[in-house]
Design a protein around this ligand. Structure first.
Ligand SMILES: N[C@@H](CCC(=O)N[C@@H](CS)C(=O)NCC(=O)O)C(=O)O
Length: 219
């Protein structure tokens, strides 16, 4: 039996962060895919009162909010450690995770990712170019800051991968699927190299949209 159950959908970057973390830990897990349009069903609202994914179950313990889930996994599955021992590096990891949630996803990724990827792929929608244009100044600022914080390090918190990389990589992957990446990525060679390094990891390879869709079909 799987030790961890993750309620999510294949295209969710937050869900992928949880699944990739489980992969990094070599843990046994099961993806419990949400059927389309059931985010606000009574059954799912009982798991997540705000109607979002992911939700993780570990025995009788149920938890939502990706940062909380990632930190929980790092505590109950200590090897390999995904939080640096050094307080400054750990603080940098925490900072980057909040940059992901507050500045990259909200108002930038949620708009560009929806308009360019989720809407067209899943709902047959045409991208709203004005909505995308409106968030580009914020997108440029966020990518510049990410590049600054990454510096020439292999990973965001230093020499070793941390939870920050596993949360950011699925979100940044969405941008690479859009024409905006040509501008947002082109200026930041360190971010492009980091993204390639992350996507090559077995944990990210095991949790691509296509792999998770196949997993969801088999569930
Ligand atoms: N703060 C939440 C955000 C989760 C989130 O926004 N998930 C998206 C999918 S990537 C979602 O469920 N969206 C459904 C909706 O907004 O109705 C977390 O960290 O888990």
């Amino acid at each position: 039996m799987s030790e961890f159950i993750v309620h999510s959908i294949p295209g969710s970057p937050f869900g992928r962060a949880v699944l990739a973390t489980l992969e990094e830990k070599g843990a046994s897990y099961r993806l419990a895919p949400l059927a389309p349009g059931t985010h606000r069903s009574p059954e799912h609202l009982a798991r997540h009162p705000f109607g979002r994914v992911p939700v993780m179950e570990h025995g009788s313990f149920s938890l939502y909010e990706t940062q909380a889930i990632l930190r929980y996994l790092d505590r109950v599955l200590p090897s390999p450690a995904l939080t640096p021992d050094d307080p400054k590096a750990a603080a940098r990891m925490d900072q980057l995770m909040n940059v992901n949630d507050w500045y990259l996803f909200q108002g930038v990724g949620a708009v560009i990712g929806f308009q360019r990827v989720v809407g067209p792929r899943l709902m047959g929608l045409t991208p709203d170019e004005k909505a995308i244009e409106a968030v580009m100044p914020k997108a440029r600022a966020v990518f510049a800051e990410l590049a600054l914080l990454l510096r020439e390090q292999p990973y965001f918190a230093g020499e070793v991968i941390s939870l920050a990389d596993l949360l950011l990589a699925p979100h940044i992957e969405f941008f690479t699927l859009t024409p905006e990446w040509a501008e947002l990525g082109a200026q930041h060679a360190n971010l492009v190299a980091w993204h390639a390094r992350m996507e090559a990891r077995p944990s990210l390879q095991a949790t691509t949209w296509a792999r998770l869709s196949a997993m969801a079909k088999a569930a």
